[in-house]
Write a protein that binds this ligand. Structure first.
Ligand code: SF4
Length: 197
């Protein structure tokens, strides 16, 4: 693929896994095609499924506030999910769904080529870092996945009604701001494989 629009056209009205039969709208992803910062979440929720855009509900509002805390607007970053279609009732993604859908995410990452990937919550972090460690043990510290710097953080939805987690998210975004402000030469050169440490 040469562009995100070509990839989106290739995915089309996808029915490669059973979620294609239950979703309302496929949520491809949104943002700058050449963003330095890419967020990877879990899967569309109810609002996202209706609107076709990631993070449009209360969790999206919190993400916007967190971005504003480091001087960014969502139009300057790219936001995508592990799964592009909503699991019924917001249940957890299943292994076969992740396996079928994530080649699309890999291609998005390759095309966007961000400096930093922020993984939101357990499923995104486990996929990108190839780890079984939970988000609580990984959040707030920098990791490598191939050529990418990865910062795992709590999913904003988990912080909506938990002031402690919200404060942790604020602190992790402060770190993110520092990482993004670091000179380019501190970002490692390209390596061959996506997501391989
Ligand atoms: S979740 Fe991914 S693989 Fe499954 S139908 Fe949607 S786009 Fe296709």
């Amino acid at each position: 693929m040469d562009s995100l629009s070509e990839l989106q056209e290739f995915i089309g009205e996808c029915h490669r896994c059973p979620l294609g039969d239950t979703r309302t709208t496929l949520v491809f992803g949104v943002g700058r095609a050449d963003a330095d910062l890419m967020f990877v979440g879990e899967a569309p929720g109810r609002n996202e499924d209706l609107k076709g855009e990631p993070f449009v509900g209360a969790a999206g509002k919190l993400l916007d506030e967190l971005l504003a805390s480091i001087g960014l607007h969502r139009s300057e970053v790219y936001i995508a999910n592990i799964l592009k279609c909503r699991p019924p009732g917001n249940r957890n993604p299943q292994a076969d769904e992740i396996e079928t859908c994530t080649p699309f995410l890999r291609e998005q990452v390759r095309l966007i080529d961000p400096k930093v990937i922020v993984t939101l919550g357990n499923f995104a972090t486990r996929f990108v870092l190839k780890t079984s460690t939970g988000i609580t043990g990984l959040r707030g510290s920098l990791h490598r996945a191939g050529r990418f710097t990865v910062l795992p953080i709590f999913h904003p939805a988990a912080a909506l009604y938990d002031a402690t987690k919200r404060n942790v998210l604020m602190a992790d975004f402060a770190l993110l701001g520092e990482v993004l402000a670091a000179p380019d030469e501190q970002h490692e050169p390209l390596q061959a494989e996506l997501f391989e440490s």
